[in-house]
Design a protein around this ligand. Structure first.
Ligand code: OFO
Length: 171
């Protein structure tokens, strides 16, 4: 069982994870159009991962007897600038999501909802990984800037990202 307040907050997070998926799909398309297929692949796999973050929350709400409230998803931008700017926007977005997860955890603590706190712990750890992965790409990207050879090497690395493994179902 979850309270109305937790139910609403979890549904808000479903919407934010949907937006993340949407954002990375738009970034994937943009990277493809500027001739960076490896970047495009990385963003496409990120889209797949965000879709799993959506369904993990969705399954948890249902497993707790809650109601799903699917809300309108905001439109992501069409253009993302240079390769460095693309990943700077990715990092800024993940930092925003980390803040949202922390807010959500704060509500679960206020409500003394221990099951939701345990569930959300997975997202807390996931956000550490998300930010770290992006920082690991941003550092070499900043070093090479727009230099063609270095950029191509990073593109080849990003082309190797594989689809995410399925997540264990909640509840
Ligand atoms: Fe769902 O972790 Fe990124 O946004």
């Amino acid at each position: 069982m979850i309270s109305e307040k937790i139910q609403e907050a979890l549904n808000e997070q479903v919407n934010k994870e949907f937006y993340s998926a949407y954002l990375y799909l738009a970034m994937s398309a943009y990277c493809d159009t500027i001739g960076l297929p490896g970047f495009s692949n990385w963003m496409r796999q990120q889209y797949e991962e965000e879709s799993l973050h959506v369904t993990k929350l969705y399954d948890y709400i249902l497993a707790q007897g809650g109601k799903i409230h699917l809300q309108q998803i905001d439109e992501p931008p069409k253009e993302y600038g240079t390769p460095v700017e693309i990943f700077e926007q990715t990092l800024a977005h993940e930092q925003f999501v980390t803040g949202c997860i922390n807010e959500l955890m704060g509500i679960a603590i206020e409500e003394r909802d221990y099951a939701t706190q345990t569930f959300l712990q997975w997202y807390v750890s996931e956000q550490v990984e998300e930010e770290s992965n992006v920082n690991d790409i941003l550092a070499p990207l900043r070093m090479v800037g727009k230099e063609g050879g270095g950029l191509m090497m990073i593109d080849q690395q990003l082309a190797k990202r594989l689809p995410p493994a399925p997540l264990a179902p909640a509840g």
